[in-house]
Design a protein around this ligand. Structure first.
Ligand SMILES: [Zn+2]
Length: 67
């Protein structure tokens, strides 16, 4: 069994609404600048973000998945 994480917080993917395991490179964080003082942070799976982006958009995130 994997070693229990000291941080049991579960993240929810903003695209598929499924839980995100805290395994590199996930969770990915998307920060939205809401206004001058505020921001919203969204969490996403690498695969979900990649699927949502246009193929021409480079994504500088390492991944263990095979392309
Ligand atoms: Zn997802």
């Amino acid at each position: 069994m994997a070693i229990q994480s000291s941080n049991p917080i579960a993240y929810q993917c903003c695209f598929c609404a499924q839980a995100i395991e805290n395994v590199q490179p996930e969770p990915l964080l998307l920060t939205l600048a809401v206004d001058e003082d505020g921001e919203q942070v969204l969490h996403t799976h690498y695969a979900c973000l990649k699927k949502a982006l246009h193929p021409s958009v480079p994504l500088f995130v390492w991944s263990t998945e095979s392309e």
